[in-house]
Design a protein around this ligand. Structure first.
Ligand code: GTP
Ligand code: MG
Length: 223
């Protein structure tokens, strides 16, 4: 690819990123409001932390190379993870709770849902992925934006962060290392369940700060 072409392509990519950032901002505001409302109503937030990022041009180009995709505007437009939000929850059942609460918003549609918690990857990776379309109001019209939302627990996130540093996409699947990571993933999953049990015991004893959380969501959102 010639220098001039690559500059043009980067400019086109930057425009897509700028649009995706609009979608990202509206989702982040939505999550902030959601957290405020839950704290107010239930004195509890199922959201521990939120991070977001847009994919760099270099990383988008390298995804094209790895996947054998033509690096062009259409490919970039279809990439579902140019804009990404990660929501970390304290407990395992908070993952679904956050998912359901997000769906209340009618300008957010889930296009694809990948539940790597019910069906973990062989690596041991666990997380709920929602590829969403969000309706973003611009100066003259609405635009649908694609945003990937990953929701996982503190423990699942700890596993992901460390595995990502040491192994993910590094192809060192030798010497039983892969097996140990998968085992660690299972162990963390057990601990997540154990911590939910401990929380429920606290709730049963009425210990403050551990109120039972019964969200009143419309039935169609939950089903
Ligand atoms: P990407 O092209 O990498 O985005 O993959 P994909 O479109 O096939 O989606 P997939 O659902 O497999 O994973 C998307 C994202 O989930 C990745 O970019 C990582 O952030 C995360 N992920 C998936 N698998 C693993 C894993 O085994 N380990 C870690 N640490 N993260 C993972
Ligand atoms: Mg990705």
């Amino acid at each position: 690819m010639e220098q001039l072409d690559i500059y043009k392509l980067e400019d086109a990519y930057d425009e897509i990123v700028a649009l995706r950032e609009c979608g990202l901002r509206s989702i982040l505001t939505h999550i902030e409001n959601l957290e405020y409302d839950m704290r107010k109503k239930y004195d509890y937030s199922p959201i521990e932390a939120v991070t977001s990022r847009t994919k760099s041009f270099r990383s988008a180009m390298s995804k094209c190379e790895i996947r054998g995709l033509q690096p062009c505007v259409e490919t970039f437009r279809e990439m579902h993870d140019v804009a990404g939000v990660r929501i970390i929850t304290p407990f395992l059942d908070d993952v679904q709770r956050v998912r359901d609460a997000l769906m209340v918003r009618d300008t957010l549609k889930v296009v694809t849902e990948k539940d790597y918690i019910s069906n973990p990857k062989t690596s041991g990776y666990r997380s709920l992925h929602l590829i969403c379309e969000t309706r973003t109001a611009l100066s003259e019209d609405y635009e649908w934006n694609i945003v990937e939302i990953q929701i996982r627990t503190i423990l699942q996130n700890a596993w992901c962060s460390l595995e990502h540093r040491l192994r993910y996409k590094k192809q060192d699947l030798t010497n039983g290392i892969a097996f140990e990571w998968a085992q660690l993933g299972d162990l963390f999953y057990e601990k997540d369940q154990q911590m939910m049990r401990l929380r429920d015991q606290n709730r049963a004893k009425g210990i403050s700060g551990a109120k039972t959380l019964e969200l009143e969501l419309p039935a169609e959102v939950i089903n």
